[in-house]
Structure formats: C-alpha cells, structure tokens
Write a protein that binds this ligand. Sequence first.
Ligand code: UD1
Ligand code: CA
Length: 465
Amino acid sequence: MPTVAVILAAGLGKRMQSTLPKVLHPILGDPALLWVLRSLPTSVSAAVVVVHSGKEQVEGALTQWQQEGLLPCPILTVDQGEPLGTGHAVQVTIAALDRLGATRALILCGDVPLLEPATVARLAASEGVLLAMDLEDPAGYGRVLQHPDGALKDIIEQKDASAELRAIRRVNGGAYALPWKALKLALVSLSNDNSQGEFYLTDAVVAVGRQVPIAVELCDPAELMGMNSRKDQAILQALARNRVNGRWMDAGVTLLDPDTTRVGPRVQLSMDVLVEPVACLEGAVTVAAGTRIGQGCVIRDCTIGPDVEIRAYCVIQRSEIGAGAKVGPFAHLREGSILRAKVHVGNFVETKQTTLHVGAKANHLSYLGDAEVGERSNIGAGFISCNYDGFNKHRTIIGKDVFVGSDCQLVAPVTLGDNAIIGAGSTITQDVPPDALALTRAPLVVKEGGAARLREKLRAKREKS
Ligand code: UD1
Ligand code: CA
C-alpha cells in the first residue's frame, strides 16, 4: 500500500515580501519545507514536491538536504507551471504518483511547518481523512460541512461562502489522506467555475467523499498554522520554541530563560545540560550530559561532549568539543575545530581546521588555523599561526608538552617537536626539533637615565615651537 506524499509549494508567497521562496524561510534555523519533509513517517514511500516560483532555489535546497541525509524518503519535484490553484497543483503530480505506484496520497502544504510527526503518521495511516480546526476567527479559510455521522459533506471557500456559511468556525486545515484512484478521477474532472477562477483541490476532496467517507479529524490550530507573512513566521517561531523548549525541560534540561533561548528541531540535548539566556543552538547539534552553555552563545552543527563549560558569547560552528573542555568567554571556533577532552580555549581565541589534543591550552587572544596542538601543550597569549601566504594555506604542527611563550608567530608550514620551548616574542620560520629551545630576539638596549633625557629634549622642542 504505497502512500506517497504530495507537498504543495508552488505558491509565490507574495506577502512574505521576499526574494527567497516562502517555503525556504526558517523556523528555528530550519526552513519550513524541511520541517514538513522531516515530519513524514517511514511508511511514506516517496514525496513529490510541487514547485514553481523560486524553483531553482527549492530544488537546490532539496539536493543539499538529501546529501546531508536529512530526508526520510526519496523526493522528487514537479514544476506546476503557472499556478492555477491547489487542485491544479495536485493534477500536475498525477503522472509521478502513478509511476510511484501510489495507492494513497498524503497531501500537505509546504508552508505549514508545525504539524507534529505523530499527527502526520496518523494521517498517513488513514484511508480518507481531512484535518480540520475550530477557529474563533475562521476568516480566509474554507468552511467544513459534515454529514450527521461526522463524515465530510462539503468545503466552501471563504470567497464563495454566503454570510450564513461564513459563520461556521470549523475550517479546512489543508492536509489530507485520500485514496489515490478516487482522487485521480476527481482531479481530472475538476472545473474552475468559482469566484477565484481556480482549480480547487477541495472540490476534488468533496467529490472523493461521495465515493468513500472522509473523516474530519480535529487538530490543534497551532499545528496547522501557515506561514504567509513575516508576522506569521515570528508567531510560528514562538510556537516552535515553546514546543521544543518545553520538551527539553521535561527531559531534564535547564533553560534559564526559555523565552530567549532558540533550540532548533535537530538539536539533541542530554540530561542536566544547562543553557543560559539568549543562547542559540541550531542545525545538527548534540550536547552530552552535564554541559553548560553560556549566555549569548551561537552554536551551529556541533558535537559537544559531557561536562563541557562553554562560557558566555562564544560563536561555534561545525566543530567538536570533547569531555570536560572549557571554552570562552568570547571564543570563536570555526569549521573543523576539534577540541579533545580537557582542552581549554579562552577569550578572544579563534580556531579553524585545528585540532587541540587532550589537555592542550590556548587561553588568550590567539589565532589557530590549519594547526595541530599536541597533548598538554600550552599556547601563550597573543599567538598566531601564519597559515596563509596569500596563495595557499599551510599547516602548523605542534607536538606534545610544547610550551609556546606569549606573542609568538609560527610561519607555516612548520613543525615543533615534542617538549620544545619557544621563547616569548619569537617568530618561528623553520622546524624546531624535540626538546629544543627556540627564540628570536633583537638585542636588548638599556640606557640609564635615557628616559629623563628624552623627555627633557622633547619638552624643549615643544616650548620653542
Ligand atoms: C486552502 C484551501 C482552504 C483551506 C486552506 C488551509 C483550497 C481551494 N482551499 O486555501 O480550504 O482552509 O488552504 O490553509 O485548496 N499552492 C500551489 N499551487 C497553486 C496554489 C497553491 O502549490 O496553484 C500551494 C501554496 O503554495 C500553499 C498551498 O498550496 O502552500 C495552499 O494554497 P493557498 O493559496 O494558500 O490556499 P488557500 O487559499 O489558503
Ligand atoms: Ca493559505
């Protein structure tokens, strides 16, 4: 019984006032369409996304998500051409669904991101269901009429509805599970004889309902809310934040100020993680037990071990941090940074494509790019790995138990052997063997009384001018 999903995403999304297609606007860091696709249960064998405006961007995003392994099933796209209504949008998928051997169609909107996976799974397992909601203010939606036994009788769009029908508060949520054969028959005989001159999917749904009963299932309006404007996006983000944060707090995570903390849908937190206010964790982030994330940190696509302390205002992306490490405040770990267990990276330290092995330290004001720092080695304040010669990047390899004094530069490619010591203020341009002491020093000049004499000279000069 292959159930194939159809995701409607061809609409322009004019009210977003954007060059980005509506379905690619993010909620907690993940685009709306990705939320929808990730909600599909494994029982769905494939999904057909109907695209048109911003097609290249949507297809580009789909390819990227596929490569990152974020999609639960094979996805293909169909270009609707000029969008002529929701019914037309499903009509253009007929060939694709037939090819996929669909027996049931699960129809969702690409701009309705917060349907719970459990709701979608229930829908996907049903023969004929329409999701509806009861709204205080039903304006704009299609009104749902039911038979005495509750089955769907009719759906009347707002613009086609009499004042009497407009008083109905039960509205169509725009998500359906329908037998494909019956739906296909209904789709091919659709007309656009209505106030908007559109081909309404709802007319096809009602026609299917004349063959097989369609249950009207009530759903939480928050799950069915669509994103049509930037204001909707803000409301959806707040709803998503409450949902995600509430779940993590129930699972034993402390969020000191959940209203200002953004935790994306692909973040995994463990028990006794503590997140301070205004932190933002998005993308694929995993945080192990007992770790503390400081105020104002921005963390994207990272794996963070247990009992790590990330102090305030760090920016960390595509990095790994091992158990018991201490980072920040104000550290910047860029892509490919690997901090093994018990590493310390302190304030105003930037790392990129760099591994710090167990117990290594770089505590103050340094840049470590394309570098490797051995176990227990200490990098002094003001260190710079000069990794770029204007054309190519080169690596800096620092052995175990090395001591690099303050204010040193290593001009890559360069290697420091185990147990080497580099004197403060040195510029190292060639390899240093194990156990060696290396330093570059201009001779020190001390002139007794020189400061007083210089001041006198300068004062006299000022008085003359
Ligand atoms: C639709 C329903 C309405 C329901 C509401 C719920 C119809 C006729 N009406 O109305 O009963 O209450 O959803 O939100 O179906 N789309 C396309 N191609 C098109 C037209 C739309 O892909 O030609 C996509 C849109 O991008 C959007 C979705 O379909 O994701 C819904 O379209 P929209 O125009 O918003 O439908 P409504 O008029 O709101
Ligand atoms: Ca709509």
